[in-house]
Design a protein around this ligand. Structure first.
Ligand SMILES: NC(=O)c1ccc[n+]([C@@H]2O[C@H](COP(=O)([O-])OP(=O)(O)OC[C@H]3O[C@@H](n4cnc5c(N)ncnc54)[C@H](O)[C@@H]3O)[C@@H](O)[C@H]2O)c1
Length: 266
């Protein structure tokens, strides 16, 4: 039998993670992936009951410690409580995933109110900065400390129909790039630019079923929409020791993006 195990560096034993918005979909897949790799995981979600139920389900599947708690990441005192509870339960925090985010479609980008722009910024950008600030004392003491963010492809491409969301996700990319340089040798910071992963959130964002059906069959290089696990695998690489030479990056996990062809089909 081979002595070499290519997965050694992807294991996360000795790591303690917070995954925000981890009660469902992409966040749940990230929490499951980290837990399956050996990390202790706290699922911090607006929906505390769902966070606890998801944590229990994952812990049953992986045999590792997973907790869930209510935390609204737009509220400073709830962030502080989540960080204190996690650090006490796990003896530290090495790994932060800022996964909370949401965006609404607007038919007219110039009719979006200032309040809607600011609300989107608070949820998609500021919350991640505030979570990082609260975790900082723990991250700075941990080995292989990381902050990995759920960005969006629309934070890097023109997306006028999601103007509030795309502008806030673009700000997230830029702020996190700055933090990667600030933390330098102490904490690695990366952002995943996620493509289309169809979830019930698409209908809630104001898209009708015809649009969701079209998005389910995208013209990208892989020819399919993403699954939460496709995204979680990238987070595991970035947050585990396997990603230890990667920081300050925005990495697309999006089925390869839209297929470009110079000569049009007849
Ligand atoms: N699904 C996609 O196609 C897609 C594409 C690009 C980027 N993303 C990004 O990936 C991330 C996850 O997406 P998803 O589709 O799994 O989202 P989702 O809406 O299915 O789940 C988000 C979770 O966050 C929780 N949440 C919402 N507001 C919160 C708050 N204030 N505090 C704490 N928890 C809160 C919700 O309860 C929910 O459990 C988001 O940042 C999203 O912007 C998703």
């Amino acid at each position: 039998m081979s002595q070499f195990d290519a997965f050694t560096d992807f294991r996360m034993h000795g790591h303690s993670a917070i995954v925000t918005g981890g009660a469902q979909n992409i966040g749940e897949a990230i929490a499951r992936s980290f837990s399956g790799a050996g990390a202790k995981v706290m699922i911090a979600d607006l929906n505390g009951d769902k966070a606890k139920a998801t944590a229990e389900k994952i812990a049953n599947d992986t045999g590792n410690e997973v907790l869930g708690m209510a935390c609204d990441v737009t509220k400073g005192e709830q962030i502080d409580a989540c960080v204190a509870t996690t650090a006490e339960a796990f003896g530290g925090i090495s790994t932060l995933v800022n996964n909370v985010g949401w965006g609404k479609a607007y038919p007219d980008p110039l009719a979006v109110s200032a309040e809607e722009m600011v609300e989107s910024y608070k949820l998609n950008t500021l919350a991640a900065l505030n979570m990082t600030a609260a975790c900082r004392p723990h991250l700075e003491q941990a080995a292989n400390a990381t902050v990995t963010n759920s960005g969006s492809l629309v934070g890097a491409l023109p997306a006028f129909d999601f103007i509030a969301y795309s502008a806030a996700k673009a700000a997230l990319n830029h702020a996190m790039l700055g933090l990667a340089h600030y933390f330098a040798k102490k904490v690695r910071v990366n952002t995943v630019l996620i493509g289309t992963v169809i979830t019930p959130g698409y209908a809630e964002a104001g898209l009708d079923q015809k649009v969701v059906d079209a998005l389910s069959h995208p013209d990208n290089l892989t020819g399919r929409a993403g699954r939460p696990e496709d995204v979680a695998n990238a987070f595991l690489w970035l947050a585990s020791p396997a990603g230890s030479w990667v920081s300050g990056q925005t990495i697309q996990v999006s089925g390869g993006g839209k297929r470009v062809r110079l000569i049009p089909d007849e």
